[in-house]
Design a protein around this ligand. Structure first.
Ligand SMILES: [Zn+2]
Ligand SMILES: [Zn+2]
Length: 117
């Protein structure tokens, strides 16, 4: 198994045609600017009791809600670059798409308005 891998590695280093040994270009790899790391995984979480908003990939800790007892987190969806404002509870979220509308702290469903910069 190990020997097979070694042979494969050697074959990769030989460029067919020219007979020259190719080295992977480190410079080229570094010159390609990596896309800005933008917590793709992060989601907007809103407690429908105390209106606290948290950006987190997973559900935030539920203890010690200022409104008493445990937070009641609602997943509003993935964090993005578009700003939405609920004109009922005045919560503003940066979201990829229209946030989840359920459980507005002001009662019923959120009423999201897309804000343009
Ligand atoms: Zn809370
Ligand atoms: Zn709302």
């Amino acid at each position: 198994m190990k020997r097979l891998l070694l042979v494969a590695l050697c074959l990769c280093l030989l460029s067919p045609g020219t007979g020259k040994i190719m080295f992977p270009s480190v410079e080229a790899a570094e010159s390609i600017s990596a896309p800005e790391k933008h917590n793709n995984e992060a989601k907007n979480w809103l407690c429908s009791k105390c209106s606290t908003k948290v950006e987190s990939p997973s559900q935030p800790n539920g203890s010690n809600c200022p409104s008493g007892g445990m937070h009641r987190w609602n997943n509003l969806g993935e964090v993005g670059d578009t700003v939405y404002l609920c004109d009922k509870c005045s919560i503003k979220v940066k979201s990829k798409s229209r946030p989840n509308g359920s459980n507005c702290p002001a009662g019923g469903m959120h009423h999201w308005n897309k804000l343009t910069n």
